[in-house]
Design a protein around this ligand. Structure first.
Ligand code: FE2
Length: 272
C-alpha cells in the first residue's frame, strides 16, 4: 500500500530534480481518485455549458477573448480548442484557474498534504497554490502547447513557481505527452507575461538583455502512467504536441509559489 499522504524524496530524486528540472513521482494518485476527478470535471463542464450557453453555442470561430481569460484567476472557466469536435461542437481545451478553491472535489484533492510536503522539499518555504488547471487534450482536437517556462506566466520575486502535473490518462507520444528539455532550468528566465499598464491587455517583457530562443534539440518525452505526478521547475522548458490519437490525455495541474516571495501586481494572473 502506497502512503500518498506524505512523500519523502530520496537524495537521488532530489539530485535528479536539481540536474534536470523535473521529476516523476509514480502512483501519486489512486485509480479511485483519478476516476473521481475525471467524473467531477465532466459535471463542471456540463454545468458550464448549461450556464454559459452563449459561450458554448458560438458558431463563430473561437477567438481568444482576453477579458474572459484575464478574469479567470479566481473563477472556474472553460477554454476551447481552435479545432472543433467531429460533430461541430466546441472542444474544451482546459478548465481553470481556481478549481482548487471553488470546487469541493478539487479543493479536497488539492489540499492533500503531500503536495505542500513535496513543494517544501523542493525549496518553497511557505507553499501556496496559485492556480489550478484541468487539461483535457481531447482525441484528434487537442492542440499543441509551444515550448515555454511556467515562471514566465507565474512570476514571483524571487522565482518560486513549481508545477505539479498529474496524469489522469496514460500519457504517450501518440496522445500528446509532455516533452521537457533537461537542465534548461539553469538558463535565466527570459521573459515575463504581464498586464499592460491599463490592465486590459497583456504583453511579454524581457528579463535578460539578449533574448535567446529555446533550444529543444535535447528534448525528452515524459511518457507516464495515469496517476503519476510530474514535478516541473518554473524555468524548465517544456511543451506538448497535438493529440493525434483516439484517446484523451487528461491532466490536473497545480502551480505552487512561495508565499514569502513578492507577487508583482502586473502579473497576468490577478484576483478580483
Ligand atoms: Fe507549462
Amino acid at each position: 500500500m502506497i502512503d500518498r499522504s506524505s512523500i519523502s524524496l530520496s537524495v537521488d530524486q532530489l539530485a535528479f530534480y536539481e540536474n534536470n528540472g523535473y521529476l516523476v513521482i509514480p502512483n501519486f494518485a489512486s485509480r479511485t481518485e483519478i476516476k473521481q476527478l475525471r467524473e467531477e470535471i465532466g459535471l463542471v463542464i456540463a454545468d458550464a455549458a448549461h450556464n454559459s450557453k452563449a459561450i458554448f453555442s458560438t458558431t463563430e470561430k473561437v477567438e481568444t477573448d482576453l477579458t474572459y481569460f484575464l478574469e479567470s484567476g479566481d473563477k472556474i472557466r472553460c477554454f476551447f480548442e481552435t479545432e472543433r469536435n467531429v460533430d461541430g461542437s466546441l472542444a474544451v481545451n482546459k478548465v481553470g484557474h481556481a478549481l482548487h478553491e471553488l470546487n469541493p472535489v478539487f479543493t479536497e484533492f488539492s489540499s492533500r498534504p503531500s503536495y505542500k510536503n513535496v513543494a517544501r522539499q523542493l525549496g518553497n518555504r511557505e507553499p501556496v497554490i496559485l492556480q489550478s488547471q484541468y487539461i483535457l487534450k481531447l482525441p484528434g482536437v487537442g492542440g499543441e502547447v509551444v515550448p515555454h517556462t511556467d515562471s514566465t506566466f507565474l512570476y514571483t520575486d524571487p522565482e518560486s513557481c513549481l508545477g505539479f502535473w498529474l496524469a489522469l490518462d496514460d500519457a504517450t507520444q501518440e496522445n500528446g505527452c509532455l516533452w521537457a528539455v533537461p537542465g534548461s532550468q539553469h538558463i535565466p528566465l527570459q521573459e515575463r507575461y504581464v498586464r499592460t499598464e491599463d490592465g486590459t491587455g497583456t504583453t511579454f517583457i524581457p528579463m535578460v538583455e539578449h533574448l535567446t530562443a529555446f533550444d529543444v534539440s535535447k528534448k525528452v518525452a515524459l511518457e507516464v502512467d495515469a496517476g503519476d505526478l510530474v514535478l516541473l521547475h518554473g524555468r524548465l522548458v517544456h511543451f506538448s504536441e497535438t493529440n493525434q490519437s483516439e484517446r484523451s490525455r487528461h491532466a490536473f495541474v497545480l502551480h505552487f509559489v512561495d508565499n514569502l516571495t513578492t507577487y508583482p501586481q502586473n502579473n497576468w494572473l490577478q484576483r478580483s
